[in-house]
Design a protein around this ligand. Structure first.
Ligand code: FUB
Length: 322
């Protein structure tokens, strides 16, 4: 091949990678995003409820949540900030990983928020506290209004809620937090309080440190997925939303030494893993050379319902061969 032709083919290849690359997802609004919680609602669109990283943010100080939607997995709409800690009477910071559920004609936005500071040098001086809130709206894109003007509970500390509504309408809440990992609690039908006590679930003896739990159902089986040690995505399966759970292994390995957070949803017959990736963004932020951005990959099951490991790609959902 002549030099000119070789140069041209490299150029065409690079150009095609650039125009076909979809990771991180292009929400069109140029903001830093993390902690995707994906849902498909009755209007047939796929929605992502996400955390919003402030540019060069310090110690995960975060102030509002955004919602994005699509109907083709390529073109996204940023519906803007659907709730902010400024609208809460009980928190002023830590707008962390949210979730959303649909029940009785309303959308319930479940979110962690808090106040105070974490003293990483002298932890005993820390004043940081976080709790779980619940907000409501008639629309999947909000605006959401605090449903009870208070957290669902104040002790123990909690974040990273996953609100799973089972087929019979029962709302189950899973969270990460002190003494709360691997526990589940039901919410009352009006979604205003927890119903009864937290139940410690049987995880089959395997219980590593975890963050952001995610629960979904497929073929009458329940899946409990999470970032193990806040980085490696792993999963369990059960016949019930309350366990007992069987550990099944890794979905996605860690990248760098930073956290991951994910959700898994079926859209138009195809399962998708949403997650965030720490992407190098230059030297503009003294404290952060990498910032978080939401990405996505197709996810596949084996015949027995187990999940095939997922690899991070640049093409993401534009990948042709599935
Ligand atoms: O975005 C803040 C926190 O980082 C989330 O709540 C965790 O899951 C981790 O992603």
């Amino acid at each position: 091949m002549k030099l000119k032709e070789a140069f041209l083919s490299v150029f065409v290849l690079l150009f095609s990678i650039i125009i076909h690359s979809q990771n991180p997802l292009n929400f069109g609004s140029n903001i830093r995003t993390a902690d995707p919680s994906a849902h498909v609602w009755q209007d047939g669109r796929l929605y992502i409820y996400a955390s919003h990283d402030i540019e060069c943010q310090e110690d995960f100080w975060m102030k509002d949540w955004h919602v994005f939607s699509t109907d083709d997995l390529i073109n996204w709409t940023d519906h803007g900030a659907v709730l902010s800690v400024e609208e809460l009477s009980w928190a002023d910071n830590y707008a962390w990983a949210p979730d959303c559920a649909y029940k009785n004609g309303k959308y319930y936005f479940c979110f962690p928020a808090g106040t105070g500071h974490k003293d990483r040098v002298n932890p005993e001086k820390s004043t940081k506290w976080m709790g779980i809130g619940i907000a409501v709206s008639d629309s999947p894109t909000g605006p959401f209004v605090d449903h009870i003007d208070a957290p669902l509970w104040t002790e123990p500390y909690a974040n990273d809620p996953c609100l799973f509504i089972d087929g019979d309408g029962t709302p189950y809440l899973y969270v990460h937090g002190k003494e709360l990992d691997y526990k589940v609690v039901e919410l009352t039908n009006d979604m205003k309080s927890i119903k009864g006590d937290f139940l410690k679930m049987d995880m089959g003896g395997y219980k590593p440190p975890m963050e952001g739990p995610w629960i979904f159902k497929r073929n009458e089986k329940y899946y409990f997925t999470m970032p193990e040690n806040n980085k490696v995505l792993t999963y369990y399966m059960s016949d019930s939303p309350k366990g007992p759970w069987t550990y099944k292994g890794m979905i996605m390995d860690q990248e760098h030494s930073s956290n991951n957070h994910h959700s898994i949803v079926e859209y138009k017959g195809q399962w998708i893993l949403f997650y965030h990736r720490w992407i190098y963004t230059g030297d503009a932020c003294e404290n952060r050379k990498r910032q978080r951005h939401i990405c996505a990959e197709y996810l596949f099951f084996n015949e027995d319902g187990s999940i095939k490991p997922v690899v991070r790609t640049d093409e993401g959902l534009t990948k042709k061969e599935r």
